[in-house]
Design a protein around this ligand. Structure first.
Ligand code: SF4
Length: 429
């Protein structure tokens, strides 16, 4: 990186403006270490070097005043944040944004508190659908391959109340006619990370601070959603840490659904597929507690693994039934980017043979996928909870070659479309 200078030790960052300051703040959070090492001793300005990566292209004449303003404004950020490491702080704040779900019926909006997820589930679709698009930004945090390194980076978004409120107002004022009814006018926490995760940092103090910061962020966001909007909220987590907010959840009444992912009760399988997430037994206990205190709960039995046989599916569904969920979502594992390789590698590392052959050909995956869906339909019928079952057949199951391979193609297609069009339940009171 070439560092320009106007000759008196001041770099050219341009005249002061709110917009520019916001951009500089964002960059400075990523480059704080560089900024610190480039501090000069001239006057009161602490950060005379405003040259920050690509921003240089927008420079005009600096003016010492603007530099001092800039330096004071970012001074509070630098030193507090340890940057350029994969467990830490991201540059852009947490806001409510429209999501791109297709056929899921989970929400209209997402609130994601971090980039990356410490639970590092091996099958997770997020790297392929989301974080791979951030590869360049992530490289500044030492992440070279967002897919292969999934689970090793978690960057907490900062809290900016003004920006959050603006995004909340935009969502609240969105006309119903512009919303997909299958979203139930809900904001989901979260869709690309877990809202209740422990940050694992080599410095225990930093780990504790990040974990608490994340909890505070979620708490404040929920209070604002509750008090300043009429939006619904869908919580989705794998962590019993959510218990800390149960009273807050309760204050939403029917506007909030609390859900957990529970694909199996087998802790040994979860160790392979969700190695850093809390054990299924603790998730089930959390769901039961939520039900006991009167929260409306749902369960995502997603994704079930090739090793989940009938006995396992039945045991899991029986336990789920006891939590009286509003909806039970289900899907098998879909193939996305490198997720099969991540699963296979974990199996090899733990010396556990896995049925990865089901992912070898499109036909074997089709059979595994459809058989899983059928087994869950059958067992929920036997347990008399099929009315609450909401299947998520992957869109690839609607490919021409799959339809053509069916004995009754038209009937199969109608079945798929019915599943895709289903609107999930939302409690009335
Ligand atoms: S908890 Fe969710 S977002 Fe996090 S790794 Fe697992 S599946 Fe992905």
């Amino acid at each position: 990186m070439t560092k320009p200078s106007n000759g008196d030790g001041l770099d050219q960052i341009g005249d002061w403006s709110i917009d520019k300051l916001e951009i500089l703040k964002a960059y400075s959070e990523q480059y704080a270490l560089i900024l610190q090492s480039q501090t000069t001793t001239k006057g009161n300005a602490q950060f005379h070097y405003g040259y920050i990566d690509g921003f240089a292209g927008a420079t005009t004449l600096p003016g010492t005043k603007s530099l001092i303003t800039f330096s004071k404004s970012i001074a509070s950020h630098v030193g507090k944040k340890i940057l350029s490491e994969p467990i830490g702080a991201w540059s852009h704040p947490a806001v409510i944004s429209a999501n791109n779900f297709v056929y899921k019926s989970l929400s209209n909006w997402s609130l994601n508190i971090a980039v990356g997820c410490g639970h590092g589930c091996r099958f997770c679709y997020v790297p392929s659908s989301s974080t791979n698009k951030q590869a360049e930004a992530l490289s500044r945090y030492g992440v070279n391959n967002p897919d292969a390194e999934w689970g090793k980076y978690v960057l907490l978004r900062p809290w900016d109340e003004n920006k959050f409120r603006a995004s909340l107002r935009a969502a609240e004022n969105m006309p119903a006619s512009e919303l997909n009814p299958d979203g139930n006018r809900a904001v989901m926490l979260c869709t690309t990370t877990d809202p209740y995760q422990v940050f694992h940092h080599s410095d225990p103090g930093r780990a504790k601070a990040l974990t608490q910061q994340a909890l505070d962020l979620v708490h404040r966001a929920l209070v604002l959603i509750r008090d300043e909007s009429t939006l619904n909220v869908r919580i989705m987590t794998r962590s019993p840490l959510a218990r800390q907010h149960f009273e807050l959840f309760k204050s939403f009444g029917p506007r909030l659904l609390f859900g957990m992912s529970l694909p199996t009760l087998r802790n040994d399988l979860a160790k392979v597929y969700e190695p850093q997430a809390p054990a299924p037994s603790s998730r089930l206990a959390t769901l039961q507690r939520a039900r006991d205190i009167g929260l409306n709960v749902y369960v995502a039995m997603a994704p079930t693994y090739p090793e989940c046989d009938d006995a396992d599916l039945r045991q899991t569904l029986e336990a789920i039934k006891a939590t009286e969920p509003v909806t039970i979502f289900h899907e098998p594992i879909n193939i996305r980017a490198d997720n099969v390789e991540r699963i296979a590698e974990q199996g090899r590392r733990l010396g556990i043979p896995l049925r990865t052959e089901v992912f070898t050909t499109r036909e074997s995956w089709r059979d595994y996928s459809l058989n899983s869906l059928k087994s869950v339909i059958r067992i929920t019928q036997e347990l008399e909870i099929s009315q609450r079952l909401h299947l998520w057949p992957d869109k690839k199951l609607g490919a021409r070659w799959v339809i053509d391979s069916m004995s009754k193609p038209a009937e199969y297609r109608r079945w798929l479309e019915k599943k895709w069009a289903r609107i999930s339940e939302w409690p009335k009171n």
